[in-house]
Write a protein that binds this ligand. Sequence first.
Ligand code: GAP
Length: 440
Amino acid sequence: MAQPTDLMDKLVSLSKRRGFIFQSSEIYGGTGSVWDYGPLGVELKRNLRDAWWRAMVHQRDDIEGLDAAILMHPRVWEASGHVAGFTDPLVECRNCHRRFRADNPDIAGGQCPVCGTKDAFGEPRMFNLMFKTFMGPVEEDAAVVYMRPETAQGIYVNFQNVLTSSRQRIPFGIAQVGKAFRNEITPGNFIFRTREFEQMEMQFFVEPGTDDEWLEYWKAARMDWHLSLGLRAEKLRFHEHTPDELAHYAKRAFDIQYEFPFGWQEFEGIHNRTDFDLSRHQAYSGKRLEYVDPTDTNKRYIPYIIETSAGLDRTLLVVMADAYREEEVEGETRVVLALHPKLAPIKVAVFPLIKKEGMPEVASRIHDAFKAAGINSFYDDSGSIGRRYRRQDEAGTPFGITVDGQTLEDGTVTVRDRDTLRQERVPTEGIVAYIRDRLQ
Ligand code: GAP
């Protein structure tokens, strides 16, 4: 199962060709590091988001869901530390005025890599990564609001609301999936680092003193989830943050990293945020955010928080990079996205072998039966059967069903497995259940 060395280029080109991911506003020349999801991409992204939600919310009794707004009270970001501290050091070329992160290796010699000016840079200035906008019609300082740079704060400010309305007891968690925005200075590597992205975050509230144990629990649970998507274990590892790397709120933190073609990189963080966030919101809002143990009302504390924070887009890039294969089959190269069936945008493709002798009618009926069962099916009757299979291999469709002459005689169809290329004859009657059983 070969993976090409220029995998990133191949993924960008496959994404555009097959409608996974397009550059935003492409007809205007594109906009910096923002991407749009096409027909196949939006299905893959939904399936990934749904798989996370199922594992984190629906399959547990101790986690509640939430969907907080992107725009929040500006004091939230003062309390969280983002107004003062969510910054990168930036230098500007005195000639062409391009800006770079001060630690960018391309400017190490002091020469501007864009216009070539020597000694181009002065002292670094701190640049806040939050996008600002104005609430209401007047553009003045008092009306400034921020596009949230993480979804987590929407969970903290709703801690008491969720606790009271759901009647949960500690330990319990709140999960949310949503957009986040960061005015990154050096975005890049396709959808790896962008300025608009989605996060899948869960904040787990625990009694102080039990936090180390829960951190270990969530490390294991999150790694298991990534493995359950079929990702290769040898491409995944933990990286513990050194004291220099630790965020201002964290006592201990681990990244789950994937080995991308451009090196080992984080795509999920598991953080022990202590009582930092709730203490700060209590101090800044003046509202009590203590937990009172219902079994012992003398026991009150600000809960510690174990956070699991994954980028949805970045996890999607991991999933695509891990699934991409080029293989030699009968003297031809086939491109395959070996996606886990639960993530595949199209679950099954239905083909009449030829466009006559009643085959299209039978194939259409099978296709309709899948749609009625809520299984995303694709009908294709154009081109040779080999080409039709190849098109679905690239799209990551795990099963292909062909209606042929034998179908009309004995009511069976051929089911082709994308990965093994094995073909099996299955009775048409039970075909929906047969495929459904193989999707989880
Ligand atoms: N609430 C904690 C938090 O936001 P983070 O490490 O800054 O922690 C968590 O971000 C995850 O969000 C990252 O592991 C990554 O998957 C994703 N992420 C962060 N910045 C991103 C960006 N500019 N583009 C795409 N994904 C990003």
